[in-house]
Structures are given as structure tokens and as C-alpha cells.
Write a protein that binds this ligand. Structure first.
Ligand code: 4NP
Length: 146
């Protein structure tokens, strides 16, 4: 799960996905990262923590990290929150096998639409909407690959 800062959107996506996988009894390895380095080592944004908590999820122990080229080797699926994350991840990819692992997460909801998960960092009201978009997308990812 990859966004820009790894403090707003992708920590929610990680928390939601891990919760759903437990519910489905699936043993996948899930992590999140940012394309940027600015927030490395920080916990998720308090607004993401509180939105997750309202939905029964504790994401407070996550810590931000920056995506590394090795992630494209280690993981089978790299889900980008928006088109700028997508382009930045593709720049790290080495060959078509790695490029083909990268997908915009909302394409699991609306195939081929290339819709962005809006960045809620500058918009206090955006977090709950982002939660619901990610909840639906994660459900679809599990339907497809579970
Ligand atoms: P995220 O949100 O990519 O969903 O974690 C952002 C977090 C921080 C910044 C931008 C977006 N920032 O500019 O510091």
C-alpha cells in the first residue's frame, strides 16, 4: 500500500487490509510505504488514527517508511493510492515483471478508471470518505486474489 507520505492514506489501507485478511482467514504479508521520505519513522497522522479507531481499527503502532526498490521484488502486488504515486513507483521498477505488480488501488473498484484516492492531508473532512473508498477497494482485492 503506497501513498506519498505514508501517514494518511496508506496506513489506513494497511490497517483495513490486515483486518479483512484476518476475517477471511488469509495469511498475506501486508505493509505500507510512502514514495517520499519526509515522514519516515513517524506514526500515522492523528486524523487517520482517529478515523481508523472510529471503525474499530488500531493503526497507531505503524511507523512511516519510504518505499525501496527491493519492495518490488519482495511483494507480489504494489497498490498505489494515486497516479503520481503510481508514476513514482514505476520509476523504481526494474523490468516488466516488477512493473506489472503495480496497480492503482481504485482500479479494483472501477477497472481501468485510474481514479485517485484523494489526499486528505489538507482536508480534515476527507478522512472518513477515504476510509470507505479503501474499505471497498480492499474487499475487491481479496475477492480477486483471495
Ligand atoms: P499521504 O498524505 O500521502 O496520504 O500520507 C500526505 C502526507 C503528508 C504530505 C502530503 C500528503 N506532506 O506534504 O507532508
Amino acid at each position: 500500500m503506497v501513498c506519498l507520505g505514508n501517514i494518511c492514506r496508506s496506513p489506513l489501507a494497511e490497517g483495513i487490509m490486515k483486518h479483512k485478511l484476518r476475517e477471511h482467514g488469509l495469511d498475506w504479508t501486508v505493509d505500507s510505504a510512502g514514495t517520499g521520505f519526509w515522514h519516515v519513522g513517524e506514526p500515522p497522522d492523528p486524523r487517520s488514527v482517529s478515523t481508523a479507531r472510529q471503525h474499530g481499527l488500531d493503526i497507531s503502532r505503524q511507523r512511516a517508511r519510504q518505499i525501496q526498490p527491493a519492495d518490488l521484488d519482495d511483494y507480489d502486488l504494489i497498490l498505489a493510492m494515486d497516479s503520481s504515486n503510481y508514476q513514482d513507483i514505476l520509476r523504481l521498477a526494474n523490468g516488466s515483471r516488477q512493473e506489472n505488480k503495480v496497480e492503482m488501488i481504485l482500479n479494483y473498484v472501477d477497472p481501468g478508471s485510474n481514479r485517485n484516492v484523494p489526499d486528505p492531508y489538507w482536508n480534515d473532512d476527507g478522512f472518513d470518505r477515504v476510509f470507505h473508498m479503501l474499505d471497498e477497494a480492499c474487499e475487491r482485492v481479496i475477492e480477486r486474489h483471495g
